[in-house]
Design a protein around this ligand. Structure first.
Ligand code: NAG
Ligand code: NAG
Ligand code: NAG
Ligand code: NAG
Length: 401
């Protein structure tokens, strides 16, 4: 059973506290890694030549080269083909590092705090960097645990792999594995510390791999919300369907009190509702064919907030929430006015497809609304490395730099 939970207090104090712990536990490494930002972010532009990074204008984040995170003789730097560079192509995707030799090549990110939660993101834009026009497919591992398969479906498609995980150690390795489907490459790697209360189903034994994170309401497919609007730098992609849905935008601030997911204000201030008010909201999202082991299931979070004042005193917005045709929240649901709310998985569910239906009750005078949705698959992080020296050696190199 799932229930919406509404938090009570904002998390200013624990956030600061987390920063202090991070800084204290890693002060030695901080000196070695000037690129580690004060918020604990690590933003790596793979394949960027030299030693100096830059500040990205759009996100205001400091990007660093990948020197120091991987052996200098591992991989080859390339620039993507100029024809793929548009004004909206992030600078951090202009170069890649590719791995013509070795079945397994790993980046090591240090300065983590064992037991704390992190968002880890790999970014991949092929953009014919090698001039061969051959779209590769390869695997990603977090240490020795399978993370996901990177399937580059088109030259110009930005592929993101994201995991929310608890660090088992004070470093994490991201490994690219050549599985015979073409040469692995990578454009960028991001690490963001998260408060441990966030995403409670990510824990010491399992990580959450992002399949979809959609913000409903924007009508422009380029409206992407991330840092600094989202202090955790999650990337919220717009789900645009102007034919069937109208967008609602709040003129006022939404109260976001929850401590479990903390969606950004900008995401909660927009929602969609059916264009035809007698219709319901229903859509299906792909469940990727990865992970290979589906037994750990999937988890979702669906975000709601009433953004409109009811037009009259007998107006009511009330609906049922179904997942694959089965009630997922057992009661009728009414989104709270200008307050962020959510319905989330309390444990992983099994599914071969993911269909969400928000169906108005007979009493409801207003159609359903939805603000955002996140869907993850669950992977195990319990595999223990057989060659523990691998990590240890690289790690020592890192800290010695
Ligand atoms: C990529 O482009 C930059 C800037 O134009 C240049 O300095 C660098 O050498 C190029 N890298 C490669 C691998 O060609
Ligand atoms: C990889 O992507 C291609 C193109 O989108 C698709 O046809 C293929 O089925 C995908 N492969 C896997 C294993 O998902
Ligand atoms: C992680 O969560 C799963 C439930 O989804 C639970 O079975 C497992 O025991 C938890 N692990 C830890 C270390 O709490
Ligand atoms: C929800 O409403 C849609 C039509 O809008 C209908 O097709 C579907 O069967 C309903 N779902 C449930 C579980 O009643």
């Amino acid at each position: 059973m799932e229930e919406p939970t509404t938090g009570t207090t904002a998390m200013m104090v624990p956030w600061l506290l987390l920063l202090c712990i991070t800084a204290a536990a890693t002060s030695g490494a901080l000196q070695a890694h000037a690129q580690l930002e004060s918020n604990g972010f690590i933003s790596i532009d793979c394949g960027l030549p030299g030693q100096t990074g830059y500040v990205d204008k759009t996100t205001t984040l400091s990007y660093t080269t990948d020197a120091g995170f991987i052996d200098t003789d591992a991989g080859v730097n390339h620039n993507i083909s100029a024809e793929y560079i548009t004004p909206s192509t992030p600078t951090s995707l202009h170069s890649v590092r590719s791995f013509p030799s070795g079945e397994r090549n790993c980046y090591t990110l240090g300065s983590l705090v064992s037991g704390l939660k992190y968002l880890l993101r790999g970014k991949f834009l092929y953009a014919n960097y090698d001039g061969l026009n051959m779209l590769p497919m390869f695997d990603l591992y977090i240490g020795v645990n399978f993370w996901t398969t990177v399937n580059i479906s088109a030259s110009d498609v930005e592929v993101y792999a994201e995991a929310i995980m608890v660090a088992p150690d004070d470093f994490v390795q991201v490994c690219l594995i050549n599985t015979g489907g073409g040469m692995p490459f990578i454009s960028g790697l991001d690490l963001r510390p998260l408060k441990n209360k966030l995403y409670p189903l990510a824990n010491e034994t399992q990580a959450l791999v992002l399949l979809h994170r959609f913000n409903f309401g924007p009508t422009d497919s380029h409206t992407i919300i991330r840092y600094p609007d989202d202090p955790h730098d999650r990337i919220w992609f717009p789900f645009v369907d102007v034919e069937n849905w109208v967008d609602i935008t709040a003129g006022e601030k939404v109260n976001i009190l929850d401590e479990l997911f903390q969606p950004p204000q900008e995401v909660m201030q927009t929602a969609i509702t059916p264009r035809d008010v007698s219709e319901n909201i229903e859509f299906t999202l792909d469940l990727e064919s990865f992970p290979r082991d589906h037994s750990l299931g999937y988890v979702h979070t669906v975000y709601f907030c009433e953004l409109q004042e009811y037009p009259s005193s007998n107006a009511l917005r009330q609906f049922y929430i179904y997942r694959n045709g089965v009630l997922t929240y057992l009661q009728v649901y009414t989104p709270p006015y200008l307050a962020g709310d959510f319905v989330n998985s309390l444990k992983p569910f099994q599914a071969s497809q993911y269909k969400i239906s928000l169906n108005a009750t007979a009493k409801s005078t207003l159609p359903p609304i939805i603000n955002a949705i996140e869907l993850f698959s669950v992977i195990s992080t319990t595999t223990v490395g057989t060659n523990s020296q691998d990590g240890a050696v690289t790690h020592t190199c890192m800290l010695a730099r």
